[in-house]
Structure formats: C-alpha cells, structure tokens
Design a protein around this ligand. Structure first.
Ligand code: ADE
Length: 350
C-alpha cells in the first residue's frame, strides 16, 4: 500500500500503525504464480498451532481455541497435513501487491491446493519498535473470525525468526484508492454500490460488536467482480473503546469523539462512512485542509460544503452520517433504506 503525497498513513505510537511499508525480499524468490480463476474455491484450511519455540518475540501466535476450530472447519484438507503449522515453504511467492509500513504484501500460492492468496509480510523488529504487537494480535483475532462477502478473509498466520506472515484472501482488482485516483471521483451509481456493500459489511461487524475505526479508501480492496472488501483490521476493537494509541497521519476520516480522545463506540464507523461517501463523489475528503489544526477545526465544527454537482439525495445521506453527536447519526439499517441507495440500486423505469 503506497501512500500518495498528501495522504499520510495514520496510526503511530511515535512510529506507525498496523500498516506495512518497507520492502522485504521473500526467501522463496519470485516464482510465477497463476492467478486465481473464479472457479477456484479451495481455501487453505490448515489448523494453526498455538505455540512455537519462542525465543523470537512475544509475537508468538496465541491462537484461541475457537480460532483453531474455525480454521479446522473452514475447508477439509488432507488428514496428514491437518494440524501442521504453516511455513513459507508451503507457498510459491509472486509479485508484490502492495507496500505498507512494516513490510509488503505478495501474491502467493499454497503449493498443495494451488490456492492463491495474498501474503502480508511484517517485520517483527519494526512491529516491536513501533509498539504495535497488540494491534497485530487484535487484527488477527478479529479478522480471522469474520465471514462476510465484503470483508477480506484472514485464513491464518505463521512466523519465523524475523517476520510475521498473514495469509489473506487475494483481491484481484486491487486497491480501491487507485481506482478513485484514476477516476478522480466516482459517478453516483458506482458510489452507491460501494456504500451499500460497505454498510452491509459494517452492519455485520457491528452485530459482533467489532468496530473498524479506520475506514478509508486505502483500506478497501476490490474482488474479482469489482466487489468491495474491507481489509486491514489493525485499528479494529470491540466496542465500547477509548483510544490509548497516539494518532498521527491523516485525521480526515476520524470523527470528533475519536480525535477528542473520548470513549467511543460503533458509531465512529458511521462518521467514516459519511466521509468516504463524500470522497467517492467529490474526489477528496470533506474536511481536508492544509494543516492538522485546520482539519481538526473543520471536523469538530462539521464544516461541510458540497460542490454543486452532488445530488440532493446524496447530500441528505452524507449530512445524516456526519453529525457531531454520534447518537444523531443515521443507523446502518436506515442507510440501506435511504432513497439515495434504494433508488440508485433499483431504478424504476417509469
Ligand atoms: N494489496 C494489498 N493487499 C492485497 C490483497 N489482499 N489482495 C490484492 N491486493 C492487495
């Protein structure tokens, strides 16, 4: 995931968040990888072992019993391999898919099933330096349990002496922010499709008391039919929560209660949905400003202005999401019923 100029990646404990950035050369050199076809459906279902000799670091996987069960039942595998740990030897590694703060994401193929995945490689030293091991653990625990068509699957993880590897669903159409950059902004119908899919994925997360807290174009990927997938649960938590980690980077998607450091709940994602909806239609987030201080001011005052081409119906939904008081924000149920969504998804012909 490459940060564009002017798009500063968020979190840091003085250093960085759950994103990954610096280059890593995989031990298995760049073998050509056949990309997944729509008919390929086997998942890597190998059960994760919970322990490994751990002189390494305290990033030794601490899989919960429930997590093992989930993986065991995900897809049956050869009985002989069930129960074994994943390792880099199990994968052919292909081209880099994206860059992050702590490492890169590579296209990879599990050797025995030929199942194509995205392998996110993170350096332990960098995670430790930034003090974000707890965020990575939370990301793994949360994302591995979620099952929704618009949430990127996390199939499993493993580690070696220096790196942690996340085995992720491969999203063939890549990063949504690149599409947005290419198109400058989306037509309303396309934005409606994405917002509808995102609202349904968030509804599912919130039903499990999971809040994402980092909804922005950089954290959204596109599946093989162009369907949206929420990725990167590095900032997700169970509600309610207070933020103890220092924020840095862009404030653009953060609601007033989070930048003010208050106790917050799943309604933070409603705010970010409003910001995203605006950005899809306008090409930049609504409170963008030259300095952090000015963005902060614009967010806390909800200084919202629309270019003339934004429809009244879209303005209506965005304004109902971008309410300073979290309790005044429109619910996800009502977002899905809003005329901007309904009329654009099912246009009447009369
Ligand atoms: N870029 C970063 N993560 C990715 C993934 N899981 N699939 C495709 N492209 C990616």
């Amino acid at each position: 995931m490459a940060a564009e100029p002017g798009r500063v990646l968020k979190p840091c404990n003085g250093a960085g968040g759950p994103h990954i950035t610096s280059a890593v050369k995989p031990r298995v050199a760049g073998l050509p990888v056949k990309e997944r076809t729509s008919t390929q459906s086997a998942e890597p279902g190998r059960v994760l072992k919970t322990s490994e000799s751990s002189e390494d670091s305290d990033l030794t996987p601490t899989a919960k019993p429930g997590m093992e069960e989930e993986h065991a039942s995900a897809k049956p595998r050869e009985p002989t391999v069930t129960g074994q740990k994943w390792s880099l030897q199990d994968f052919d590694i292909g081209r880099p898919l994206g860059k992050g703060k702590f490492g890169n994401v590579y296209l990879a193929r599990e050797k025995s099933t030929k199942y194509v995945v995205a392998l996110k490689v993170l350096f332990k030293s960098q995670l430790q330096k930034a003090g974000v091991e707890h965020q990575l653990r939370r990301e793994v625990e949360i994302q591995s349990h979620l099952r929704h068509p618009h949430i990127l699957r996390l199939f499993g993880y493993f580690h070696d002496k220096t790196r942690v590897y996340l085995i992720l669903e491969y999203a063939p159409k890549g990063e949504l922010y690149k599409e947005l950059t290419k198109n400058t902004r989306f037509e309303e119908k396309r934005a409606v499709v994405y917002i509808n899919q995102l609202a349904s994925a968030l509804q599912y997360c919130h039903s499990k008391k999971v809040i994402h807290r980092d909804i922005k174009p950089e954290n959204l990927l596109l599946g093989h039919t162009g369907d949206l997938k929420i990725a990167d649960f590095g900032w997700s938590v169970h509600a309610p929560s207070s933020r103890r980690t220092t924020l840095c980077g862009t404030l653009d998607y953060l609601p007033p209660e989070m930048i003010e450091g208050s106790l917050h709940d799943e309604k933070v994602d409603l705010w970010s949905l409003g910001v995203l909806c605006y950005e899809f239609l306008v090409g930049k987030p609504p409170f963008e400003a030259a300095s952090h201080e000015e963005t902060y001011r614009r967010i806390t005052r909800v200084d919202l202005r629309f270019p003339s081409y934004v429809s009244n119906s879209a303005r209506s939904l965005i304004s109902m999401l971008l309410k300073h008081d979290p309790n005044q924000r429109i619910s996800l149920d009502k977002v899905l019923e809003h005329p901007w969504i309904k009329d654009n998804l099912n246009p009447t012909t009369s």
